[in-house]
Write a protein that binds this ligand. Structure first.
Ligand code: TRP
Length: 335
């Protein structure tokens, strides 16, 4: 089946305020795709249950993610934005995939391997073990063509390809094969401690933190201990690696030159961080206002999610019906 516009699909877990890693890795590329693709994005609230156990935190984070996408330019008239749990069909598809997938495949997932290495595989929640199967169902339930994700999610998209392949091998050509889309020009975003930026490390720069907190977080970036007048290498500096994602090419060149050849008065990491904080604030200023406005209108956010689900759910129902027919389950009475 060819389509006028390929379908893009992706999800983001509501486990805290969205940060720069989410922004550059997934949110920004996903929103750009609404121009060329039939875009479907969702708040992965079922997935968040593998780690969070606070209902209020989940509800607040889901609202924040939705407001973030809208503030950054997602246009609900063109793109579909919805809540994963408003389409419970994905849970049924998860089961169908589980029944054709070997446990060995799930045991290769990074999260499982990490638990195994720590000797904690036995107490890892089964939901975490199943995480990749639910994510495969998310992707396959909408006949997705491309899945824009950050590099860290690549393995999960490949597992979705495998699980879809297993289902098709057993039952014929039922599920469409998705392709991951990772932006080659964007490096893994590094957090303030030098590790990959991640909520679980507490090293994030939150997109819509207050100006004061954003500056403070940027100033806390770990660097080496070179002094003001020592030549420095921009290409190995985490501060510079983010600066280059928000500055103009001329500004990037100027900053790189100051790293390599500090002026007599000196150019230290503190200067670089201050410049980065200013750039980030400038880059995000218009979105910041729109974010505050959406956050003050929870009913409007809810409307966007509800309208999104009304568009998304019929697609998943159709795929699940195809699957049910193949495996020998009756047409669901509600369809
Ligand atoms: N696992 C993804 C993350 O943590 C979120 C996610 C859930 C997702 N379902 C998905 C991403 C489907 C892409 C497609 O970021």
């Amino acid at each position: 089946m060819t389509r006028p516009r390929p379908r893009a699909l992706s999800g983001i877990k509501p486990t805290g305020s969205p940060h720069l890693g989410n922004y550059f890795g997934m949110i920004q590329p996903a929103i750009t795709l609404q121009d060329s693709h039939d875009a479907f994005y969702f708040v992965a609230d079922y997935h968040a249950l593998t780690t969070g156990r606070d209902a209020k935190v989940l509800r607040d984070a889901s609202r924040e993610i939705t407001a973030t996408f809208l503030a950054l330019g997602l246009d609900p008239a063109r793109a579909t934005f919805f809540r994963q749990s408003d389409v419970p069909e994905v849970l049924e598809l998860t089961w169908h995939l589980a029944c054709v997938t070997g446990t060995g495949l799930l045991m290769r997932a990074h999260a499982f391997k990490a638990a195994e290495e720590k000797g904690e595989a036995g107490t890892l929640p089964a939901g975490t073990f199943f995480y990749p199967a639910l994510m495969a169902a998310d992707i396959l339930a909408y006949d997705s063509d491309v899945v824009p994700v950050g590099r860290d999610q690549l393995q999960h998209v490949e597992m979705a390809q495998d699980m879809g392949g297993h289902f098709n091998a057993a039952y014929g050509n039922v599920l469409r094969r998705p392709e991951p889309m990772v932006r080659a020009e964007v490096p893994t975003i590094v957090g303030t401690d030098g590790r990959k930026m991640s909520k679980s490390y507490g090293n994030t720069i939150d997109l819509f933190a207050t100006e004061k907190n954003l500056r403070k977080a940027v100033m806390s970036y770990k660097t080496d201990s070179k002094g003001l007048t020592d030549p420095k290498d921009p290409d190995t500096c985490n501060v510079f690696s983010i600066y280059r994602l928000v500055a103009t090419s001329e500004q990037i060149e100027t900053m790189a030159d100051k790293y390599r050849n500090p002026p007599p008065e000196g150019f230290g990491y503190g200067h670089a961080k201050a410049a980065l904080a200013e750039k980030l604030l400038e880059h995000l200023a218009p979105a910041r206002e729109r974010y505050a406005s959406w956050m003050s209108r929870p009913d409007d956010l809810e409307d966007v999610l509800r309208q999104g689900a009304a568009k998304a759910r019929p697609l998943a129902r159709a795929v699940v019906e195809r699957v049910r027919a193949k495996v020998g389950l009756p047409k669901h009475p509600s369809t």
